[in-house]
Design a protein around this ligand. Structure first.
Ligand code: FES
Length: 107
C-alpha cells in the first residue's frame, strides 16, 4: 500500500444487464458494499465509501479501489469484508469524535 493516506474506497456496483460478461453487482458487490459501509460506520473508520460505476475490471471483480493512489482490490467476497475493514483501520485510522466542546453564551 502507498504512503498516501486514502480518503475514499470506491466499490463498483455496476450491473451489466443482458450482457454475457460478468459484472460486479452480479458478483455480490452490492452486499459487499453494504457490509463495508456498516463496518466503517460501526468501527468509526476514517474513510468515505463511494459506490461507483464500472472501473474496467469486470472480469476480475467485484472491483474495489482506494483513492487517491490505491491499486485495485479484486475478487473479494463477503468472507473477506472483516479483513478489508482491518486494512482500512490500519491505513486510515479513526474519525475524530464529533462531540466537540459545548460553548455556553455568557459563560
Ligand atoms: S462492472 Fe465492475 S468493474 Fe466493470
Amino acid at each position: 500500500m502507498s504512503s498516501v493516506i486514502p480518503k475514499y474506497l470506491m466499490i463498483c456496483t455496476n450491473r451489466r444487464y443482458g450482457a454475457e460478461s460478468a459484472s460486479c453487482a452480479a458478483r455480490s458487490s452490492l452486499q459487499i458494499a453494504d457490509a463495508i459501509e456498516n463496518g466503517v460506520r460501526t468501527r468509526n473508520i476514517n474513510i468515505v465509501i463511494e459506490r461507483s460505476v464500472c472501473m474496467g475490471q469486470c472480469l476480475k471483480g467485484p472491483t474495489l479501489r482506494m483513492a487517491p493512489g490505491g491499486g485495485f482490490i479484486l475478487g473479494k467476497t463477503l468472507d473477506d469484508v472483516d479483513a478489508i475493514l482491518d486494512e482500512l483501520e490500519a491505513s486510515c485510522g479513526f474519525k475524530e469524535d464529533d462531540n466537540g466542546p459545548l460553548h455556553l453564551l455568557g459563560s
